[in-house]
Design a protein around this ligand. Structure first.
Ligand SMILES: C[S@@+](CC[C@H](N)C(=O)[O-])C[C@H]1O[C@@H](n2cnc3c(N)ncnc32)[C@H](O)[C@@H]1O
Length: 337
C-alpha cells in the first residue's frame, strides 16, 4: 500500500478523533478560555481548570496540528479562525458526540438484536437537542404559537431536556405560566438549575414524568399550548403507535380547547439527493442511523398525519426551518387544534 492511500483510508479515524477532541474542548470550557485575548500558558490554564498540564498540552498540541489552535510567543495557546468558526456548532457536538458517541460502541451487538437498544447519555442528548432547537425548532414553535388567535395562558413542554427551550418560550410569551416535563433525572436537575438561575421567579416549574403524564394534568388553563418537540419519535419506539394515539386522544378529551405544537423529523434516509447534500451527510445521515440503534423511531409525515387524525387532532398549520439555515425541509412543525 502507498502512504497516500493509507492516509486517505485513515481519514474517517482522523475525523473521529477530531470530533471527540472538539467536544472535549467545549465541554471542559476550554473553548471560552482559548478565544479572544487569552494570556495563559498551558500550565497556567491547566492549574486554573484543575487539569493535568501534561494531558492538556497533549490535547492542545493535537488541535494545533489540526489547525484549530496556535500559540502567541510560542507559549500562549489561542483559537485560530478555523477553531473560532466552530463556536455555534457546540450543541451538535453535545448531541452527536456527547449524547450518542456511546451508541456507536454498541453497534456490533445492536446489529444482531432488534430488541436491544444502544445506550446514550441523556444529559447531553437534552442539552444538545435544546441547543440545536434554538436555531430551528424554537423559532418554528414561536411562529406556530404566534399564529394563534389567543396568547397562551400556559405552555407545557413535554420532554423539555435541559429546560432552555421552555425558558426561551417563557420570555417570548410573558403572560404564560410554564411547565416542563422530563423523564431523564440528569436533565431534570439541569433544567431545575437553569430555572433557578433565570429571572423567571415562580413562573416556570419542572416535573419528572413522561408523555403519559400530560394527558392526566389538570388545573391548567383552557388556553394551554402543549409543546412536544422530538419526543413522539421516542414514545413511538418505547410504547408503540396505538399507545401514542391513545395518549394524544386522551389529551384532546381532557383539554379540548388546548393546542399542540409537535416537531418531528421526516424519515428520509432513502432520499439520496437530500442525504448526500453537505448538511445531509454532516447531520441527518448520522441522526437517522442513531435513531435506528436507540429506543426511538423516525417516521414519515404521512404516518404522523394519520396518528393525529386518529387521535382527533386537526393540523391547522405546518412549518419548516428557515431555509438559509436548513433547506432540506426534513424538520416539520405542526400546530394541532
Ligand atoms: C431529542 S430530546 C428533545 C429535547 C427538546 N424537546 C428539544 O426540542 O430540543 C428528547 C427528550 O425527550 C425525553 N423523553 C424521552 N422519552 C420521553 C417520553 N416518553 N415522554 C417525554 N419525554 C421523553 C428525553 O429524555 C429527552 O430529553
Amino acid at each position: 500500500m502507498f502512504e497516500q492511500d493509507l492516509a486517505r483510508s485513515l481519514e474517517p479515524i482522523r475525523k473521529m478523533f477530531l470530533a471527540q477532541s472538539i467536544h472535549a474542548l467545549f465541554n471542559a470550557q476550554l473553548f471560552e478560555k482559548l478565544k479572544g485575548n487569552s494570556t495563559q500558558t498551558v500550565t497556567e490554564l491547566a492549574d486554573l481548570s484543575g487539569m493535568s498540564s501534561y494531558r492538556l498540552e497533549g490535547l492542545i498540541l493535537y488541535l494545533k496540528n489540526e489547525g484549530l489552535v496556535d500559540f502567541h510567543r510560542g507559549e500562549v495557546p489561542f483559537l485560530t479562525d478555523l477553531g473560532l468558526s466552530l463556536e455555534n456548532s457546540k450543541p451538535w457536538y453535545q448531541l452527536l458526540v456527547g449524547g450518542y458517541g456511546k451508541t456507536l460502541l454498541d453497534l456490533p451487538s445492536t446489529l444482531h438484536d432488534r430488541n436491544q437498544y444502544g445506550s446514550r447519555v441523556g444529559e447531553f442528548v437534552g442539552r444538545g437537542s435544546c441547543g440545536i432547537s434554538q436555531f430551528d425548532a424554537l423559532p418554528m414553535t414561536k411562529e406556530l404559537i404566534s399564529a394563534l388567535d389567543e396568547v397562551p395562558g400556559c405552555i407545557v413542554d413535554i420532554g423539555c431536556g435541559d429546560g432552555s427551550y421552555l425558558i426561551d418560550l417563557c420570555r417570548t410569551f410573558p403572560d404564560a405560566k410554564a411547565l416542563g416535563i422530563e423523564p431523564d433525572d440528569a436533565s431534570v436537575k439541569v433544567a431545575n438549575d437553569l430555572i433557578a438561575k433565570s429571572d423567571l421567579g415562580g413562573r416556570a416549574e419542572i416535573l419528572k414524568g413522561d408523555l403519559e403524564l400530560v394527558a392526566d394534568l389538570d388545573a391548567i388553563p383552557r388556553n394551554t399550548v402543549f409543546v412536544i418537540a422530538f419526543v413522539l419519535q421516542e414514545a413511538l419506539e418505547q410504547s408503540g403507535r396505538s399507545k401514542v394515539v391513545e395518549i394524544l386522544r386522551r389529551l384532546k378529551k381532557r383539554h379540548p380547547l388546548g393546542k399542540v405544537v409537535v416537531i418531528e423529523v421526516d424519515r428520509a434516509d432513502r432520499d439520496s439527493e437530500k442525504m448526500t447534500s453537505e448538511l445531509g451527510l454532516g447531520y441527518y445521515n448520522p441522526y437517522f442511523l442513531l435513531h435506528r440503534l436507540t429506543e426511538q423511531k423516525l417516521e414519515t409525515p404521512e404516518f404522523w398525519n394519520d396518528v393525529f387524525s386518529e387521535a382527533g387532532w386537526d393540523i391547522a398549520r405546518q412549518t419548516h426551518p428557515e431555509t438559509s439555515y436548513d433547506s432540506l425541509g426534513l424538520k416539520i412543525g405542526y400546530l394541532l387544534c
